[in-house]
Design a protein around this ligand. Structure first.
Ligand code: OGA
Ligand code: MN
Length: 295
């Protein structure tokens, strides 16, 4: 297996291996898992991707999320990101499917608004527009490490509220439906997620973060905006230009990502699987209220 670093300080392309082999082989899985903990974003090129191979690969890393109400693929383990309607036509720019893609173009971390947050996401491109439609990543681990020590200490003791309706509201006031709001009450997580595998901490923020526990709302929003701005400043990102056969995997504890626009009349279809975070991934350490140490 070849591991070639990709981005500014994070990200790696893994060559000489298929996602089917990783699903089937313990040694290959262990190597990829170690690369995932280290590099945060993994790129596999030239894969023969099907829903089944993507599911089998993803399941190696932990339990899969069930897609939430209101999304294409609801109730299955696949999230379908598409701008194609039931008749096979590309939807207009004000269509719900197009607006959902627009919401994905805000810097975000997957599933921070869920009762069980996500360890990782796996994304494959099935229909790629001729230009645009890249996916862009930054490291919130490196962003955390760049902060001044006093700020790091403060954020390690802070908790942020995450709300799906908040991020959708940035695109259109009622983009989150009543059913989605009812199914997805706001969640509160520590602002810094320490990876138990390597002890490295990362900011846990982005588009769904709407408030900081115990902090005045305007000041909290300003701090969250400043943290995202610093984490995403020019020169800090890896931009992935999709080719047929690409599969990407990223650590939602240590990155933010966003989709990039493409010409609205062109179709784009992506399929995502999402792996839930477990105790082994440190999820209990970020839960609010903080866990009390046993007496
Ligand atoms: C995602 C996502 C962005 C894109 O799949 O979670 O945000 O480029 N995708 O489609
Ligand atoms: Mn996403």
């Amino acid at each position: 297996m070849d591991i070639v670093p990709l981005g500014p300080g994070f990200g790696a392309e893994l060559g000489g291996v298929t996602i089917a082999e990783i699903a089937a082989d313990d040694a290959a899985y262990a190597e990829v898992h170690a690369a995932f903990e280290e590099h945060s974003v993994l790129v596999f090129r030239g894969q023969e991707v099907s829903d089944d191979t993507q599911l089998a690969f993803s399941r190696r890393f932990g339990p899969l999320e069930v897609t939430k109400v209101g999304s294409l693929g609801a109730g299955t383990n696949l999230v379908i990101l598409s701008t194609i309607d039931a008749d096979g036509k590309v939807v207009p720019e004000d269509h719900l499917l197009a607006l959902r893609n627009k919401a994905n173009q805000l810097w975000h971390t997957d599933s921070t608004f869920k009762a069980v947050p996500a360890l990782a996401s796996v994304l494959s491109a099935r229909i790629i527009p001729a230009r645009g439609g890249e996916t862009e990543y930054v490291s919130t681990r490196l962003a955390f490490e760049r902060l001044a020590p006093a700020m790091r200490q403060r954020l390690e003791q802070s908790f942020a509220w995450h709300d799906y309706a908040h991020s959708r509201g940035k695109i259109a006031p009622d983009l989150a439906s009543a059913a989605e709001r009812a199914a997805l009450p706001p969640q509160c997580w520590r602002l810094v997620w320490k990876n138990p595998a390597n002890g490295r901490s990362a900011l846990y923020i982005a588009s769904h973060a709407c408030a900081i526990e115990g902090m005045e709302q305007n000041a909290a929003q300003k701090l969250l905006d400043e943290l995202v701005e610093a984490a995403t400043a020019p020169g800090l990102s890896y931009v992935h230009t999709w080719r047929a056969g690409d599969v990407l995997m990223w650590d939602n504890r240590a990155t933010m990502h966003r989709g990039r626009p493409w010409p609205a009349h062109e179709p784009r279809l992506m399929i995502r699987t999402t792996i839930s975070a477990t105790a082994a991934d440190g999820v209990e350490s970020v839960r609010f209220p903080p866990q009390q140490a046993a007496e």
